[in-house]
Design a protein around this ligand. Structure first.
Ligand SMILES: NC(=O)c1ccc[n+]([C@@H]2O[C@H](COP(=O)([O-])OP(=O)(O)OC[C@H]3O[C@@H](n4cnc5c(N)ncnc54)[C@H](O)[C@@H]3O)[C@@H](O)[C@H]2O)c1
Length: 415
């Protein structure tokens, strides 16, 4: 029997990989089955700007099963899996995305999905929302969804300035999203990206993680699990203490630059590692970014400092500094888990995309009640997604007795 799938067409490879992801997304499958019967999205057009991965493909198929017309573009120039795009086009979902597309193409593709006159927009990083506010401010939109922390921060700033035009659900803020996707998804897949690009041994490495939020927690925890000596750089005092109590060393970026030899950013901030840090990093240091935008590593400064640069492996570029030291950049400083690996495993995207699908249904149901603000999905929906996931994982959920419920609700007890 032939075990090599290299010979099959791009779209067939995409179909197989989408099917494999589906087999690990039981919560989304249950929603898809219900959507097929109830058709809650019938008559609605949806434009989605998201990473074109096998998991996103399953979300798109769920929305279509619910009756929606869907068009998809990429939310990052380097995160598209071309086989997935080909498979989606094959099943009739217009998909505007090519891995490695230019910035102009990226925006051309966003405009293409918006030309379909969507009622609802799914966004990941708020780029589509920004286009809708700056360049297409006359286009009516019923509501939107935002997938990631950086996007939610941008949207909350827009709401605060009173410029947000329509209601948006911050899907990232659902517990079943950020506590699992950001932590376990980014934690595992960022290391996966660095491993695929470099094949280094993590054991014994001094891994600097900048940002100890949900993503940084995941990355630091997994790196420690692989035997790395983890150093955390954090600007929030509470999170810095949390990192310390998890057993990591906590340092300023200046001290960490000289102490580490693998550097991973997950802050959502700009120029976390810049010229002064590159000047102090040991020879052979590897730098990667897991945050949403490719601004966390100042690669313009690194390029200015370098006397030469060359791509030495897939998704790995070596910069040589005047004193001969090499600094290696993974996946052009873009989201390392999507640029150099396949993004989060389906098992975790199951919950994030269940939240997304339920958010689309919710925003349609609530359309008349909502203002142009940033909303979080109701807790019941979050809990329902968690309940379904636990069922799929085979866990049992404790049901409180009436006596226990009453005890918790009462203040008239004590010693
Ligand atoms: N790679 C992925 O697939 C993926 C998945 C989810 C989120 N993200 C992105 O990752 C980034 C982080 O997300 P999160 O949910 O962990 O956010 P978060 O807000 O929970 O954590 C960010 C942390 O970085 C710290 N920070 C900010 N600037 C810093 C600096 N200069 N130095 C050190 N620490 C600094 C903050 O204090 C905060 O604790 C965001 O851009 C988010 O959109 C990426």
């Amino acid at each position: 029997m032939d075990h090599d799938i290299a010979d099959i067409s791009l779209k067939d490879k995409g179909h197989l990989r989408i099917e494999w992801a589906a087999s690990r997304m039981p919560v989304l499958a249950a929603i898809r089955e219900r959507f097929e019967k109830e058709q809650p999205l019938a008559g609605y057009r949806i434009a989605a700007c998201m990473h074109v991965t096998t998991e996103t493909a399953n979300l798109m198929l769920t929305l279509v099963a619910g009756g929606a017309e869907v068009a998809l573009s990429a939310s990052n120039p380097l995160s598209t899996q071309d086989d997935v795009a080909a498979a989606l086009v094959d099943v009739g979902i217009p998909t505007y995305a090519v891995r490695g597309e230019s910035s102009d193409k990226f925006y051309e593709h966003i405009n293409a999905i918006l030309d379909t006159k969507p009622h609802i927009v799914f966004d990941d990083g708020a780029d589509t929302t920004t286009v809708l506010h700056k360049e297409r401010s006359d286009q009516p939109i019923l509501g939107g969804m935002e997938e990631t922390t950086t996007g939610v921060i941008r949207l909350k700033a827009m709401a605060k300035d009173g410029v947000l035009r329509y209601p948006i659900v911050a899907v990232n803020d659902s517990a079943t999203k950020h506590l699992f996707d950001n932590r376990h998804g980014t934690g595992q897949s960022s290391l996966d990206g660095i491993l695929r690009a470099t094949n280094i041994l993590f054991a014994g490495r001094r891994v600097v993680v900048a940002g100890f939020g949900d993503c940084g927690w995941g990355i630091a925890t997994r790196a420690k699990g692989l035997g790395a000596d983890v150093i955390v750089v954090e600007s929030d005092p509470v999170r810095a203490v949390a990192a310390s109590m998890e057993g990591h060393r906590v340092m300023t970026s200046e001290d960490a630059a000289a102490a580490g030899n693998v550097f991973i950013t997950a802050t959502g901030n700009i120029h976390v590692f810049r010229a002064e840090h590159f000047a102090a990093m040991p020879d052979g240091s590897i730098i990667a970014n897991a945050g949403h935008f490719d601004v966390e590593l100042d690669l313009v400064a690194l390029d200015d400092m370098a006397v030469s640069r060359r791509v030495i492996r897939d998704n790995l570029e070596e910069f040589i500094l005047p004193d001969g030291r090499a600094i290696l950049v993974v996946a052009e400083g873009r989201l390392v888990n999507l640029g150099a690996a396949e993004g989060h495993p389906a098992d975790v995207m199951d919950m994030s995309f269940a939240d997304q699908a339920l958010a689309a249904e919710w925003i349609i149901e609530q359309a008349d009640e909502l203002d142009a603000e940033v909303y979080t999905l109701p807790e019941e929906l979050d809990n329902e997604v968690a309940r379904l996931k636990l069922e799929a994982l085979g866990g049992g959920l404790e049901i409180l007795t009436d006596e226990q419920i009453e005890y918790q609700a009462s203040w008239q007890h004590g010693t």
